[in-house]
Design a protein around this ligand. Structure first.
Ligand SMILES: [Zn+2]
Length: 344
């Protein structure tokens, strides 16, 4: 099969690889679509110490089941369209038992610890396959991955005494979190970014957007606050900008909440004294749970939003390297999807 194989930092080639062989617990999936995320960029740049090379990256995978052991069939059969949940958890440890499979003691990711979806075929445990409606175009379900991360961010908010939320970063996860929060009653939501292309997409989806480049940014955020509040109740940081945490600490109200979803390169830094003196609650997030994924699949199946408006680029398998470059350096980008079928 053809695959885009990462063999070193910033080294990625299209190569001929053996089709993965499967055990009774696995299925072989013919990949139809695979999204490119910031995690893939990080891995490609050699910034992820967990990554062992060579590796086929790509963890936002949809496709069709091509091979599985019939006796293991649990609602999945040959020809079923599926989404592949890339998070491999044991199901037995205390984190899994508590519903926190994203913190499994033996956590592994397809596309990081195992070969991923920038290939014609991928191997995945049958329990990680989510069946999709047979008539559906699997492409629209690619947005289930950032949408699950967005649901997870939102699930970490304590909504008591919250009526104003600011999201910093209008990438796919930030915009999708904004769309989830927009549906909640009595919440004022502001989206901030310095990327006008992304802000325009967010604005067209009905979100209130603020250009982060303007000199009066901090004053504007104060002006948006409700009477009696010295800042937004919650600031969600999804930009991955190293300065994002310091901005969030500056904007959020006394005893407010900061939810961090953006992966910041290196260790990051922020004003700890300000965090302490404002008694801010700081909450981290990691990937998503099965519950978040279930919500996302339901959202997409119910067509509540035309999620495909977030897809700005479609590239063939040979375009993975180009896709990684675009996501890194081109401003006019939202979601990039590698599409296999239309190019075969
Ligand atoms: Zn576990």
């Amino acid at each position: 099969m053809q695959a885009a194989v990462c063999t070193g930092a910033e080294v990625l080639e299209i190569a001929e690889k053996n089709i993965p062989s499967i055990t009774d617990e696995d299925a072989l999936v013919r990949v139809s679509h695979c999204g490119i995320s910031k995690w893939d960029v990080e891995s490609y740049l050699g910034e992820n110490p967990q990554l062992q090379l060579p590796r086929i990256l790509g963890h936002e995978i949809c496709g069709t089941v091509k091979q599985l052991t019939p006796s293991q069939d649990n609602g999945i059969s040959l020809g079923t369209k599926v989404l592949v949940n890339p998070i491999l958890s044991c199901g037995r440890c205390i984190q899994c038992q508590a519903g926190r499979s994203n913190h499994c003691e033996d956590l592994k990711f397809i596309g990081l610890d195992l070969d991923g979806g920038f290939a014609e075929f991928v191997k995945a445990p049958i329990k990680n396959l989510q069946p999709l409606p047979n008539e559906a175009n699997p492409e629209k379900y690619i947005l289930a991955f950032p949408l699950s991360a967005a649901h997870h961010l939102v699930s970490r908010i304590d909504f008591r005494d919250v009526d104003h939320i600011v999201i910093n970063g209008s990438g796919p996860v930030g915009v999708l979190a904004g769309l989830i929060l927009k549906e909640k009653k009595n919440i004022r939501l502001d989206m901030i970014d310095t990327n006008s292309f992304r802000l325009n997409i967010a604005r067209n989806l009905g979100l209130f957007c603020i250009d982060g480049r303007q000199s009066r940014l901090h004053e504007i955020i104060k002006e948006r606050c409700f009477p009696g509040k010295d800042g937004p109740d919650v600031v969600i940081e999804t930009s991955g900008n190293p300065a994002g945490l310091d901005w969030a600490i500056r904007w959020v109200r006394v005893q407010g909440q900061m939810i961090v979803g953006g992966r910041i390169p290196g260790k990051g830094s922020f004003d700890f004294t300000n965090l302490l003196e404002k008694e801010i609650s700081l909450t981290g997030t990691l990937a998503y749970t099965q519950e978040d994924l279930d919500k996302s699949l339901s959202d997409i199946s119910n067509l509540r939003i035309d999620y495909q408006t977030l897809i700005t680029h479609r590239l063939p398998l040979a375009g993975v390297r180009e896709g990684l470059r675009i996501l890194r350096s081109v401003e006019e980008t939202m979601k990039i999807v590698i599409c296999m079928d239309p190019f075969k």
